[in-house]
Write a protein that binds this ligand. Structure first.
Ligand SMILES: [Zn+2]
Length: 223
């Protein structure tokens, strides 16, 4: 037993062993289409992360997170954006790309402008709804703006996943269940993997060494 077995108060514990176990179990069970145990393995994997890094499971919260992330794109100006490639993977890297300026919908102010007579006849309305880009101060028409999810970060991690799909009886309900479950499983696992990356970073900050290293050092001939 090494000195690292003892977790200092307020320090993140080493979860790599449990984490590795439940992740492998989840993947194995998913391959065998053992949906119930695949889901419970993911729940166990998720709880390894502890309160601070836990991924929330809630359809309502997920929908809200999606909504809060939606943006409008300005038709007049562009911004430089960092695109993360292979996020959460070992070979994660960033690339700068130019995209239409994205503004969170919650930060956009919508105005009614009074149209000139000719336009109001064409549009069959006296007013038109516009929003002003905070970057270039130019007007964008609401009707010509489609809310999108930001392209800047791909994929974006929400720290929340929708509820596990339920398999109801009846042949109609079984159709497509595998795809639905697989999609939920993949999303949840990606979210957990990203939280693990953050966990490992913080662990290293606190302890001064990597979580895996200390695990191997201590494990010795155990197991
Ligand atoms: Zn603009």
């Amino acid at each position: 037993m090494g000195e690292f077995e003892i977790t200092k108060a307020g320090f993140l514990p080493n979860i790599s062993e449990n984490f590795g176990y439940f992740r492998q179990l989840a993947i194995n069970q998913m391959e065998k289409k053992q949906y119930v145990s695949a889901a419970s393995s993911l729940y166990n994997l998720n709880s390894c992360l502890g309160e601070e890094y836990l991924v929330t499971i809630s359809t309502a919260r997920y929908n809200q997170a999606i909504k809060n992330r939606s943006v409008y794109q300005c038709n007049h100006c562009t911004m430089l954006s960092k695109k993360i490639i292979n996020k959460g993977e070992e070979n994660e890297s960033t690339k700068e790309i130019e995209i239409p300026t994205e503004i969170l919908i919650s930060e956009v102010k919508v105005f009614d402008v009074i149209l000139p007579l000719i336009d109001s006849i064409i549009q069959k309305s006296n007013t038109m709804k516009i929003w002003i880009c905070p970057e270039c101060k130019k007007e964008n028409e609401i009707d010509k703006t489609v809310p999108i999810l930001p392209k800047t970060v791909n994929p974006f991690f929400y720290k929340v996943v929708w509820d596990c799909p339920i398999r109801l009886s009846g042949i109609g309900n079984k159709l497509g269940f595998n795809e639905k479950f697989q999609s939920w499983f993949d999303n949840f696992l990606q979210e957990i993997n990203w939280q693990e990356v953050l966990y490992r970073k913080e662990y290293k900050n606190q302890h001064g060494f990597d979580m895996e290293e200390s695990d191997f050092k201590d494990k010795g001939d155990r197991g």
